[in-house]
Design a protein around this ligand. Structure first.
Ligand SMILES: Cc1ncc(COP(=O)(O)O)c(C=O)c1O
Length: 233
């Protein structure tokens, strides 16, 4: 092909709104460059309110948020976790790291999301989680997937790395499972360099999630003034 007929399509182009450096310098000047100060609190509050989710915790990546779900669900060696056959490695690795066996489910040719018609036949007595990925922000058939998960009492972890503010039948992606995970990696729709979030839709997990995120300590409760000392949770 001649040079004049070639053109490049960027894999991604990070969204820059213009105030990034101003906000970064503000955080540094206030002495809180490690996070969990005013900007983190604003993000938590904004996402909780905008998505109507009981608790959102920013993480260092979507990978980290997925790894937290594996800890929260107490995934053990030999457990089975159903994951789409087409996804990013972190969807699977988070559970394999805890010793789980990934059970890959075929994806649909039209959406590249897991094929909900093949889900039920893959469930066994060892299935501990189902991890639908809303690929490219296109919602999975979450009604059907959720009904099967509920029938067998298996938690759903929505890997919503691509789908913040995407909707399925009018409802935000990430609000269906016990958990959902978001990515703010530079290649995603909303970016911060590297970053992510854990959406906790089942309030029963909130306290442990805060402890795990604070490396096993009750630091979150300490900063809210609920306890007088920091100790291992
Ligand atoms: C479906 C999916 N899940 C998880 C991740 C991991 O996201 P992060 O880079 O924020 O860890 C990605 C990254 O591309 C992804 O595409």
């Amino acid at each position: 092909m001649s040079k004049k007929n070639t053109y490049e399509i960027n894999f991604n182009r990070p969204t820059i709104v213009g105030k990034e450096l101003y906000y970064i310098s503000q955080a540094i000047h206030e002495g809180y460059s490690a996070g969990d100060a005013a900007f983190t609190k604003k993000c938590h509050a904004y996402l909780e309110q905008a998505l109507n989710v009981p608790r959102v915790l920013l993480t260092t990546s979507c990978t980290h948020a997925l790894e937290m779900t594996a800890l929260l669900l107490e995934i053990q060696p030999g457990d089975e976790v159903i994951v789409p056959s087409f996804t990013f490695v972190s969807t699977v690795n988070a559970f394999v790291l805890r010793g789980a066996k990934p059970v890959c489910i075929d994806v649909r040719p039209d959406t590249l999301n897991l094929d909900e018609t093949k889900l039920e036949q893959l469930i066994t007595e060892r299935t501990r989680a189902i991890v639908p990925v809303h690929y490219a922000g296109v919602g999975c058939e979450i009604d059907t997937i959720g009904a099967i998960a509920a029938k067998y009492n298996i938690p759903l972890v929505e890997d919503n790395a691509h789908g913040l503010f995407g909707k399925y039948k009018g409802r935000f992606l990430g609000t269906f499972g016990a958990f959902a995970t978001q990515s703010f990696h530079e290649t995603k729709n909303f970016i911060c360099g590297e970053g992510g979030a854990l959406l906790i839709n089942d309030p029963a997990f909130i306290e442990r999630a805060e402890i795990i995120r604070e490396k096993g300590t009750n630091r979150s409760r300490f900063f809210r003034g609920q306890v007088r000392q920091v100790y291992l949770g």
